[in-house]
Ligand binder design. Structure first.
Ligand SMILES: [Zn+2]
Length: 316
């Protein structure tokens, strides 16, 4: 019998779930609402019941389910213990233990959502064919995952790969605080909200005419679209923000020396234009590593998490 693996990507609004064959074929994917009431005690039973139902509908016996993986939106310790998930309101939870019990004792593995997304991109996405991959997600915030020799680096507190809160510039000085309470984090410069913040700052400090002055709403996409069209101020903003991203990649390169960086999230929809900007700044910063890390775009979008969670289960 072919072994089947379930990949779960738990979010604050929905849980995305996929059933996979071992070689990476996605049999089926779906979403269920994340029920936050009663301190989140329905979350694991809902996921398990949904997996059982989907297996039955596919005509696959439960004995074929060889393992499951789950990504959670917060730090998770190696034994599956989660102290708190802020956006679901859960405390003292062990989704790994609960899901294993609810699914008949199969092995279950857990990791944080940014890390499973990175593993998914390594397995079947922009980093396919590589084992040393760093994935960076440029969304509302900046997330990341570090994969070394095919395995997530979760860190001792489950905070491995939290590249968004690397402090890039103490000298700036940065007057506004990051969500984490620090000042000058990468997330404040290279996230979608960070790019808009920088654009507003550039507009205040100079008189250069720009389509961005009339953009409503002003978004990171508007900045990149204008930059691509040759708007001088937008070009300056995009260049500045991607220079800081390149600097962060250079720091990461010196620590883990990945084969490839995979860049995803809403901001990365700017595509090759964004990659070229990052590459222009990144390559001169790396002098010691012969043959720089490649830069690529993520390809799995919102499915990266379920792929990575399944891969986590497959690798045991
Ligand atoms: Zn921060």
């Amino acid at each position: 019998m072919n072994e089947i693996y379930a990949g779960v990507d738990l979010g604050g609004t929905t849980a995305k779930i996929g059933l996979f064959k071992k070689e990476g074929f996605l049999i089926r994917k779906w979403e269920i609402p994340t029920r936050k009431e009663d301190g989140g005690k329905h979350v694991s039973p809902d996921i398990a019941a949904s997996i059982r139902k989907a297996m039955a509908e596919e005509g696959i016996p439960m004995e074929a389910l060889a393992g499951a993986g789950i990504g959670v939106p917060g730090p998770i310790l190696p034994d599956g213990y989660v102290e708190i998930i802020v956006n679901i309101g859960m405390r003292d939870w062990n989704p790994v233990k609960e899901l294993s019990e609810l699914l008949g004792g199969i092995p279950v593995k857990g990791a944080n959502d940014a890390n499973i997304a990175a593993l998914g991109e390594m397995w079947q996405g922009g980093g396919k064919g590589h084992k040393d991959v760093v994935a960076i997600t440029l969304g509302t915030g900046v997330g990341g995952g570090v994969i070394v020799d095919g395995h997530i680096v979760p860190g001792s507190h489950g905070m491995g790969g939290e590249v968004g809160h690397m402090v890039m510039d103490w000298q700036w000085p940065e007057p506004e605080a990051c969500n984490c309470g620090n000042y000058g984090c990468l997330e404040q410069i290279a996230s979608a909200t960070g790019i808009v913040r920088i654009a507003r700052r550039f507009m205040r400090k100079q008189d250069t005419p720009s389509v961005l002055r009339k953009a409503d709403p002003l978004t990171a996409k508007a900045v990149f679209d204008a930059a691509k069209a040759g708007d001088e101020l937008a070009e300056q903003v995009a260049d500045y923000c991607m220079m800081y991203l390149a600097r962060a990649l250079s720091y990461i390169s010196q620590v883990v020396d990945p084969e490839i960086f995979v860049i995803g999230g809403g901001v990365a929809k700017a595509g090759d234009y964004l990659l070229e900007l990052v590459r222009k700044h990144f390559e001169p910063m790396i002098t010691l590593i012969r043959g720089n890390a490649q830069l690529a775009l993520a390809t799995l979008g919102n499915d990266a998490g379920i792929y990575g969670a399944a891969k986590l289960a497959i690798d045991g």
